[in-house]
Design a protein around this ligand. Structure first.
Ligand SMILES: [Fe+2]
Length: 200
């Protein structure tokens, strides 16, 4: 892993959290990338959105994960940034929402003894969150996925899963739900997954 690529991912997250109107699009354009790599820095939703669909927690959640946004030292794998907004059904950003992420390593294994590839963060004043991690591996019976819990301060917990577009296993996984597909792009050698949560 080159330090340049690591710096690129860091720049993407820094741009994501920066308040400037250029945001992530500005970063990628400044580095000579095509417009196809731009990420929308504003949420695309109306004023009466359906809440994000819940899904099963699965057998591998561990209570009490640490506050952590960078999982890259937890396990080797293809780098990935997962980012997005936490919004209410009125499309307003939710500050301080807890976004709890856990997923398999590149070999499809969960760490059930410690908190590798597990952690949570609070959304910022504009409802944004962003993790630096790796692409989860496959394990028998499931397509590629992230597990998440999202909770506004004092609110109910949304437990769900996020999926990758164009993943062959999506068609065979009976838990898969196309409404939970991330928008995934490749920027600076990393996959960037975008998903905006709508919570009640
Ligand atoms: Fe899983």
């Amino acid at each position: 892993m080159s330090s340049g690529r690591k710096a690129g991912r860091r720049a993407i997250l820094q741009a994501w959290f920066a308040a400037g109107v250029m945001g992530v699009a500005g970063t990628t354009l400044a580095q000579g990338r095509s417009r196809a790599t731009e990420l929308e820095i504003t949420p695309s939703c109306g004023n009466d959105e359906a809440p994000t669909r819940p899904q099963t927690e699965g057998p591998f959640y561990s209570a009490g994960p640490p506050a952590k946004t960078d999982f890259r030292s937890d396990a080797p794998g293809e780098p990935m940034v997962l980012l997005g907004f936490v919004l209410g059904t009125d499309c307003r950003p939710i500050e301080g929402a807890r976004v709890d992420l856990w997923h398999a390593d590149a070999d499809g294994r969960y760490d059930n003894r410690s908190f590798r590839l597990r952690g949570w963060q609070a959304s910022d004043a504009r409802g944004r969150f962003g993790f630096e991690t790796i692409v989860p591996g496959l394990y028998p019976g499931r397509t590629r996925h992230f597990h998440v819990k999202v909770q506004r301060p004092g609110g109910p917990v949304l437990t769900t899963q996020l999926y990758f577009p164009d993943e062959p296993g999506n068609r065979r996984d009976f838990i898969f739900d196309a409404r939970l597909l991330m928008e995934v792009r490749r920027v600076n050698g990393a996959r960037i997954g975008r998903f905006d949560f709508i919570i009640g």
